[in-house]
Design a protein around this ligand. Structure first.
Ligand SMILES: Cc1cc2nc3c(=O)[nH]c(=O)nc-3n(C[C@H](O)[C@H](O)[C@H](O)COP(=O)(O)OP(=O)(O)OC[C@H]3O[C@@H](n4cnc5c(N)ncnc54)[C@H](O)[C@@H]3O)c2cc1C
Length: 498
């Protein structure tokens, strides 16, 4: 059984949002029957509900939706993440072009980049830009070592070489190659150089709650917090699929699985395909407008930090990564589902970051967290790690009436909105209802091929060895853990070694 823990650490995003939808139930009893059951109220589930609304708002009749959530609404990865709406504009080019060719890699990048205008247009249309703290600007990958610069610059140059400087994506990226400009732009002490490209940032939990509020207002959504789906039947002779919960059964014509790491609870064929990866973040108090650009620091290919700053009145810096610390604690990360546990010592590491890493940070001592450690100051979050690094999106093979959008592998913000837009017409076609493509979706690229949840892909990945993946992860952590940048005094102090 793979269900979310019921008592997760508290995340700043959830605690500071104080949303009235947090534990929302539309009705005391579950409806007995509906058109669509969506399982999971994170970004993927909420976007699917939103797109069903948008695709059918001009139709004579709209489908009825029940959305079941095991925890509080949006209480898992989307309510616990880094808030970075940050496309892989260039950094994954080498592995992607090796696997899918230069055009395939560009297709993947364009799909991610398209999330920037998609978010902008959606938020403008719904009037939620301020509410969800949506901002756009430039982000940086700062090279903290020569090793990191070789990798980052190599990725950028490989993309340039294949696509030329006139390419729309290449044109948006640039490098800062001298250390003093890199330090000035990134505000990161000791940055040697940087690659810069467009990005966005958002309050993901507020975004999801805003989408759900919009759909609730139509009267076509029944939202149910604290109601895990325990099982899903095959379609019966009358066309119904039964979703079982501890509060009763619901019959539906279609079921959408937006359950992220927990997908295999209802779909066991995903047991080896979508596995857990736990990370940790902190909220740090900062002067208003202190951080000029969101960004990431890189030491080697697995050691990084990433951060953004929220606009006023929040001003908080959301800091993730902590990989200099976590490479010493591999058992607390990959294959770990313990979202109810903090990583011991990591809060001290996070508090030491501003004085140690940020140029002109006021003060030399540990920074103050945005809330007490266990009240939203520092938290953990379990995300999915997909066996081949790509999400599974589309109809579920051999399960008539079931659809999936899950497995976004720690990088869902610039992938999920348009993935949900891809499955929505498929769901509506299966229901046989009238629908039309909303103007919002029309200009955006189709789902990249590696995302499709085909029978062949799923079958091939059944042989994935989780043991081997775990061993390779531990090996890579052990390699990094020997390097000087993972062993300075403050890290050793946070680890309790001095
Ligand atoms: C610590 C952390 C930091 C991250 N930082 C970033 C970032 O900065 N940028 C970025 O792009 N991505 C980031 N990610 C990844 C991103 O958060 C995810 O890709 C995205 O939120 C996934 O959305 P989702 O809707 O698929 O999953 P979730 O938000 O996890 O939603 C799935 C929901 O399904 C519910 N559920 C599961 N099983 C059942 C069931 N049987 N019945 C009912 N409900 C069920 C869960 O409780 C959960 O609420 C991060 C992830 C983590 C954990």
């Amino acid at each position: 059984m793979v269900l979310p823990t019921s008592n997760p650490t508290k995340s700043y995003w959830v605690e500071a949002a104080e949303s009235s939808l947090r534990d929302f139930r539309s009705s005391d009893d579950l409806p007995k029957e509906t058109d669509v059951v969506i399982v999971g109220s994170g970004y993927a589930g909420a976007s699917t509900a939103y797109w069903i609304h948008k695709y059918t708002e001009k139709a004579a009749q709209q489908p009825q939706i029940v959305l079941l959530e095991a925890r509080d609404i949006c209480g898992a990865a989307t309510g616990r993440n880094g808030g970075q709406l940050r496309p892989h504009a260039y950094s994954r080019y080498p592995p992607w072009s090796e696997r899918f060719g230069s055009q395939g890699a560009m297709e993947l990048i364009r799909h991610e980049m398209a999330h920037l205008p998609a978010f902008k247009e959606l938020a403008d249309e719904e009037g939620i830009t301020e509410e969800i703290c949506l901002r756009f600007g430039e982000t940086f990958d700062a090279a903290m070592t020569e090793e990191a610069w070789t990798r980052l610059e190599g990725a950028y140059q490989a993309m340039r070489k294949d696509h030329g400087d006139d390419n729309d994506v290449v044109r948006t990226c640039r490098t800062i190659e001298d250390a003093s400009h890199a330090e000035e732009f990134t505000q990161m002490k000791g940055a040697l150089a940087a690659v810069v490209h467009p990005t966005g940032q958002v309050w993901p939990y507020k975004f999801v709650h805003a989408l759900l509020r919009i759909v609730l207002e139509t009267g076509n959504l029944n939202l149910q917090a604290h109601t895990p789906a325990m099982n899903v039947s095959e379609r019966d002779a009358d066309g119904w699929i039964t979703v079982g919960t501890d509060r009763g059964n619901i019959r539906a014509k279609a079921v959408v699985h937006t359950t992220n790491r927990f997908t295999s609870h209802l779909l066991p064929e995903f047991s080896n395909l979508i596995i857990p990866d736990k990370a940790t973040l902190a909220a740090i108090k900062a002067p208003a407008g202190f951080v000029k650009h969101t960004g990431a620091q890189h030491w080697d290919s697995s050691v990084n930090n990433y951060h953004l700053q929220l606009p006023p009145p929040y001003n908080t810096i959301i800091l993730g990564g902590a990989r200099q610390f976590l490479v010493h604690r591999p058992e607390d990360c990959f294959l770990n589902d313990e979202e109810d546990k903090q990583v011991a010592g990591v809060a001290d590491f996070f508090k030491s970051w501003p004085a140690s890493d940020v140029v002109s940070w006021p003060g030399l001592g540990p920074a103050e967290l945005g809330k007490n450690v266990d009240e939203g100051g520092c938290w953990t979050g379990v995300d999915s790690s997909s066996a081949d690094s790509f999400p599974f999106v589309g109809p579920v093979p051999n399960r008539d009436g079931n659809f999936i959008a899950a497995g976004f592998s720690g990088h869902g913000m610039p992938r999920i909105l348009l993935s949900a837009a891809h499955i929505t017409p498929l769901i509506l076609e299966s229901l046989g209802v009238e629908f039309s493509q909303p103007v919002l979706v029309a200009p955006f690229p189709p789902l990249p091929k590696p995302f499709h949840a085909t029978f062949e892909r799923i079958e091939k990945l059944q042989s994935t060895s989780i043991t081997a993946k775990g061993a390779s992860y531990r090996e890579s952590c052990a390699e990094s853990a020997k390097k000087p940048f993972c062993n300075d005094e403050r890290i050793r102090k946070s680890l309790g070694l001095v």
